[in-house]
Design a protein around this ligand. Structure first.
Ligand code: NAG
Ligand code: NAG
Length: 284
């Protein structure tokens, strides 16, 4: 008998200690008919907020999906991201790539005053509210929550990495800056960053600084990654060593400006969507 208890507790210990994701964690929305999506409103911190939810055409209510937040930059809205206006691809170009055997629900929230000031943490509370509501209504794998965004939206994804590392699996920060705060900021989380060498608005030094927080938190080997030379129209991608499979860090420095859809010389489409997706899809 003691040996059974010993092996059961050893097993429990193994499961609780293992940072790797061993099981799917379905949300309470699994099994419910999908009568959810489109423009949703909520009140957070006494303020009305709205966000757009994209449910795939082939939505299967018993399959736990990824939940992917896509935050807009300054002067834009959830609609700019959802519709792919200005220089955006719809939901950062991810939906066609995410249409695999797991699938994804996309959320495009709208900031106050068209940005993500996150005053007093109110935008993080908005995130908590959206996670709760979406997961009560749609079938989500609670171990597969992601966030990405450009500029101010990158700053907000960084704030999520700092404060919600245990709730989110990974973030992708596109030309972000330190604009939405970093409360906490001591936990590891899988981190992808991309930044233009010639960014005049949010200099690449900020992108490097943000990256380095998670290089440290994730236990990666510190390094100064190679970056392209200005005028070459190229990018250099660095996958940090030492962080392991659970909390990887990938960094892309590109020869370019402040743009969510950078295109390399000789190419016609941005690498941003493909690279973000390559980073997110490794988590199952
Ligand atoms: C979503 O609803 C809110 C609140 O009614 C509204 O202000 C906003 O313009 C709507 N957004 C879209 C894209 O319809
Ligand atoms: C829905 O997903 C479940 C769980 O992944 C799967 O067993 C089932 O075959 C799927 N149904 C359809 C119609 O694809």
């Amino acid at each position: 008998m003691p040996s059974i208890f010993a092996s059961v507790s050893a097993l429990l210990l193994l499961f609780s200690n293992c940072a790797c994701i061993l099981a799917v964690k379905p949300s309470t929305g699994c099994g419910k008919a999908a009568a959810f999506g489109g423009n949703r409103t909520t009140t957070v911190n006494g303020k009305q907020r709205w966000y757009l939810v994209k449910v795939p055409d082939n939505y299967n209510s018993t399959r736990p999906h990824r939940l992917i937040f896509t935050f807009h930059g300054l002067a834009d809205s959830g609609a700019t991201v959802a519709n792919g206006q200005k220089s955006y691809l719809p939901y950062y170009g991810l939906p066609p790539l995410a249409n695999d055997d797991i699938g994804a629900i996309f959320v495009a929230p709208t900031g106050l005053n068209t940005g993500w000031g996150n005053t007093g943490g109110e935008d993080l509370l908005f995130v908590d509210d959206m996670v709760k509501t979406v997961e009560e209504n749609l079938c989500i794998n609670q171990d597969l929550r992601f966030s990405t965004g450009f500029s101010y939206g990158g700053a907000m994804s960084y704030a999520i990495a700092c404060s919600r590392a245990k709730q989110f699996r990974a973030v992708a920060v596109l030309s972000g800056g330190l604009l939405s705060g970093c409360t906490g900021g001591n936990d590891p989380i899988a981190y992808y960053g991309q930044h233009g060498l010639g960014d005049p608005l949010l200099p690449i030094a900020q992108g490097r600084q943000m990256r380095d927080k998670f290089v440290k938190n994730n236990g990666c080997t510190s390094q100064t990654p190679q970056e392209p030379r200005s005028g070459q129209g190229t990018m250099v991608k660095t996958k940090y060593a030492g962080c392991g499979e659970v909390y990887p860090v990938t960094w892309i420095a590109f020869d370019g400006s402040h743009i969510q859809t950078p295109v390399l010389r000789g190419e016609t489409q941005t690498f941003a969507a493909v690279e973000t997706w390559e980073f997110f899809k490794q988590f199952k």
